[in-house]
Design a protein around this ligand. Structure first.
Ligand code: CTP
Ligand code: MG
Length: 228
C-alpha cells in the first residue's frame, strides 16, 4: 500500500492574526507544518509528501522538512484552498495509482492510526473522510432567526486527511473548476460527482488550529505542558 500525501499549508492564517503564515507558527518547539508532516513521515503507507506553502516560503519549507525520511516536494499554493490542492495534485507522479491523501497543515496533531485508516478506506472504497460526531445542537439560520433544527444523529464534522483514488480526485477537481464551484474540502468535490464517500472515525485531537485559542488548546495537550 503506498499513498501520496498533499499537505496544504499555503493559507495566510488571517483568523490567527499572527505575523507569519499559520503553518509556520510554533507549537511546542515545532512549526505546525513540521508536526503534521512528521505524522505522514511516520505512516508506513505514505511514499511522498507534497507540501503546498505560501509563495516566498518554499525555500524555508524545504529546510524545515529536510529531516523527513519520506520523499518531499515543496511547491507554492494559490488563492483558495482548492487552488493550493490543485498545485499539489500536479506533483503526483504520472501513472500513480494509489490513494492521494489531502491534509490541512493546520491540523498538526493528526496521528498515524488515522492516516492509515483513511488510506485503507480510500483504497477499498475510492473515497474516505474522517468525521467526528457533532456535540452541539445545530440550527439552520436565516436573517437572525432559527429556520430549522437539524437532527444531530445525522450530522458529522469533517476532518482531514481525506483520501481518494487519484483518478477520482482529479475528475472531481476538473469538474469543480469547470463548473466554477468553490469547495472547502475534497469530499465536497467528489460528492458532486455522485461518488460514495466512506466515513471513518476522526480524532478529537485532530482539531483544526484556526485562532490563538486553538493554538493554546493544542499547547496544553503536549507532553510536559504545565496545567493551571
Ligand atoms: N490553505 C491553503 N491555501 C489557501 C488557503 C488555505 O493551502 N489558499 C490551507 C491552510 O494553510 C490550512 C488549510 O488550508 O492548512 C485550512 O485552511 P484554514 O484553516 O482556513 O487556514 P487559513 O486559510 O490559513 O486561515 P484563515 O482562513 O484564517 O486565513
Ligand atoms: Mg482559510
Amino acid at each position: 500500500m503506498s499513498a501520496v500525501a498533499i499537505l496544504v499549508a499555503a493559507g495566510r492564517g488571517e483568523r490567527m492574526g499572527a505575523d507569519r503564515p499559520k503553518a509556520f507558527l510554533d507549537l511546542g518547539g515545532q512549526p505546525l507544518l513540521l508536526r503534521a508532516a512528521r505524522a505522514f513521515d511516520d505512516a508506513p503507507s505514505v511514499q511522498l509528501v507534497v507540501a503546498v506553502v505560501p509563495e516566498g516560503e518554499v525555500e524555508a519549507a524545504r529546510g524545515l522538512l529536510s529531516s523527513l525520511t519520506t520523499s518531499v516536494t515543496v511547491v507554492s499554493g494559490g488563492r483558495r484552498r482548492q487552488d493550493s490542492v490543485l498545485e499539489g495534485l500536479k506533483q503526483v507522479p504520472d501513472g500513480f495509482e494509489g490513494p492521494v491523501l489531502v491534509h490541512d497543515a493546520a491540523r498538526p496533531l493528526v496521528d498515524v492510526r488515522l492516516i492509515e485508516d483513511v488510506t485503507r478506506a480510500a483504497e477499498e472504497d475510492g473515497a474516505a473522510l474522517p468525521v467526528l460526531p457533532v456535540v452541539d445542537t445545530i440550527k439552520r439560520l436565516r436573517e437572525g432567526r432559527v429556520v430549522e433544527t437539524l437532527d444531530r444523529e445525522e450530522l458529522g464534522a469533517a476532518q482531514t486527511p481525506q483520501g481518494f483514488r487519484f483518478d477520482l480526485l482529479v475528475s472531481a477537481y476538473e469538474a469543480a473548476f469547470r463548473d466554477r464551484v468553490t469547495v472547502t474540502d475534497e469530499a465536497t468535490a467528489v460528492e458532486r460527482l455522485g461518488a460514495r464517500v466512506q466515513v471513518v472515525p476522526g480524532s478529537p485531537l485532530n482539531r483544526k488550529i484556526t485562532t490563538p485559542e486553538d493554538l493554546a488548546w493544542a499547547e496544553s495537550l503536549l507532553p510536559g505542558a504545565v496545567r493551571a
